[in-house]
Design a protein. Structure first.
Length: 524
């Protein structure tokens, strides 16, 4: 078959949700096209193993252009290339964001996206192990559970946060986001649970859903202002597949703007540099790129039970036989949110604490017991862009995040480092905290801390906003996710966020998938 009613490009946090939902209607046909393959792999299933996916076939393996405010460093950016997309690779922390994020979106023109309007969709998506409540759903496709074998060191870190002045918070997705506690995770009985598990696996029995894997979409074909289908490459062969109703791009915040530009939708001068004929001149495509910069602090510890030694085969046996033990850890088990900018409604810094040594995306190892605190700047203000390196769809895009372009971002991280040090020194950790490994005791003055941040800064793997909701002048899609200037083309993934949410980005991207399904179903 080479015509489908709907073609969804990319089977990630939003695409798998959207294809699953659209195919609930037996009267329509849906094609889901995914560049990667299966996610059935122990590196995906075993929560603690997520960093072992990096720089493998499961990873798009991006690198930024030299970052101007990070001493010209090029930063590694993994992205999941498989069914489930980044939901099959991520650290599984389930955070929706702050009420102010969605209300801010709606206030800025994203009609229909206020907190009160999106809450029912978050609830619909969720099978929360805590059951039904004002904030949570219990019958949705996405399993959200407590850590199955929470680490004692993580418990100490939460207690130390409380001793250092945090309120205890048992539900960051409830009434209040600020405070300290354990994260709920996208797990089912200790195993990772992806959007491919929740939304695609049950849908794949449906005759009206076709899932094409190992198939890279090269561009959308736009004829007379209408998206008529996609050009796709599979096993070295190219084919055209027609869309009778709509094409939806869900290829993620780096690949979706690439596909738009390859299809002639983007900044006209940039497209012409690459010999691409402009269909719609829109400078917002690939612009406004946002992420959450992150720094990692590490300490030696004398506490027992850290992730050191998790590679011991006994832990794998425990995982395989009982789905318990160290390998069920998502590494960033606990933490919380706090303000360094009291004038802002949402907290700007997130602590992601790990009962083990974690540095350089997990590539740097340390064989002694340690714990880590990552500071993720969820209130980041700096913006960058995605541009084409080439008109060849197989080439990687050129991304510049401009991390720390805004002084406010650096200020918040400096304040965050001070707070993290206070947590490590607080009573519940004090007796078991050893040497500060990173940044290290010698990094004390503000200038030293700033230099260290610029030298070590990474990110929380959250690119977003590159095809944001807005008007034709300041955005790429309208609040119904329709691409300005093209009929029959929508975007549904983290690219459409008008601004990045204050928290991890998987849950709000699932929301985008759910919302897109409703919007498409009602336009039939
Ligand atoms: C290492 C890591 C850790 C993270 N940790 C967390 C966390 O703990 N909690 C959290 O909430 N968020 C986390 N995130 C972020 C979160 O997972 C992402 O924001 C979210 O998954 C993005 O969803 P998406 O649908 O926009 O894109 P993706 O999930 O990336 O989906 C895009 C899909 O499109 C496919 N694709 C791309 N181009 C093409 C093409 N041309 N043709 C066909 N298919 C294509 C890709 O292979 C991919 O499957 C993490 C991300 C990473 C990488």
């Amino acid at each position: 078959m080479s015509t489908y009613d709907y073609i969804v490009v990319g089977a990630g946090s939003a695409g798998a949700v959207l294809a699953g939902r659209l195919s609930e209607d037996p009267s329509v046909t849906v094609l889901l096209v995914e560049a990667g393959g299966s996610h059935r792999n122990l590196k995906v299933r075993v929560p603690a193993a997520f960093p072992t996916q990096f720089k493998t076939d499961l990873d798009w393996e991006y690198y930024t252009e030299p970052e101007p405010h990070l001493d010209g460093r090029s930063i590694y950016h993994p992205r999941g290339k498989m069914l489930g997309g980044c939901s099959s690779m991520n650290a599984m922390i389930y955070i929706r964001g702050n009420r102010a994020d969605f209300d801010g979106w709606a206030k800025a023109g994203a009609t229909g996206w206020s907190y009160d309007e999106v809450l029912p969709l978050f609830r619909r998506s969720e099978a929360n192990s805590r059951g039904e409540s004002t904030y949570h759903g219990s019958t949705g496709p996405l399993h959200i559970q407590e850590q199955r074998s929470p680490n004692d060191v993580s418990r100490r870190i939460v207690e130390a946060m409380v001793a250092a002045g945090f309120d205890r918070n048992d539900d960051f997705n409830g009434a209040e986001q600020v405070g300290a506690g354990f994260y709920q995770v996208t797990h089912k009985r200790g195993k990772r649970w992806t959007t491919a598990d929740g939304y695609l696996a049950p849908a794949r029995r449906r005759a009206n859903l076709t899932v094409m894997t190992q198939a890279q979409v090269l561009r959308v074909r736009i004829t007379d202002g209408r998206a008529v289908g996609i050009e796709v490459e599979r096993k070295g062969k190219q084919q055209f597949v027609q869309a009778a109703r709509e094409v939806v791009l869900s290829a993620g915040a780096l690949n979706t703007p690439q596909l738009l530009m390859l299809s002639g939708v983007g900044p006209a001068d940039h497209l012409s540099e690459h010999g691409i004929a402009t269909v719609v001149d829109n400078a917002n495509v690939g612009s406004h790129l946002m992420d959450h910069p992150l720094v990692l602090l590490n300490w030696d510890t004398t506490a027992k039970g850290t992730l050191a030694g998790a590679q011991n085969p006994l832990h794998l046996l425990n995982f395989l036989a009982r789905r318990r033990g160290l390998l069920t850890s998502n590494v960033g088990e606990a933490g919380g949110f706090f303000h360094t900018r009291p004038d802002e409604e949402a907290p700007d810094v997130q602590v992601i604490a790990a009962p083990g040594f974690f540095k350089n995306h997990g590539f740097d190892t340390y064989d002694k017991p340690a714990f880590s605190m990552a500071l993720s700047l969820v209130g980041s203000k700096s913006r960058g862009q995605v541009r084409l390196n080439s008109s060849d769809p197989r080439a990687k895009v050129a991304t510049t995040f401009n991390y720390l372009a805004e002084q406010a971002d650096l200020d918040s991280l400096v304040a965050g480092v001070e707070r993290a040090r206070a947590i490590a020194a607080a009573a519940p950790l004090h007796g078991v905290t050893g040497a500060e490994l990173n940044p290290g005791a010698e990094v004390r003055t503000r200038a030293q801390v700033e230099d260290w941040i610029r030298a070590e800064l990474q990110h929380t793997y959250h690119p977003a906003c590159t095809a944001r909701i807005g008007t034709e002048q300041d955005g790429v899609v309208d609040p119904e996710l329709r691409v300005h200037g093209v009929e029959g083309l929508r975007v549904a993934d983290a690219s459409v966020f008008p601004t990045i949410t204050h928290g991890n980005t998987h849950a709000p991207t699932v929301l985008v998938g759910e919302k897109a399904a409703d919007l498409i179903r009602t336009t039939k």
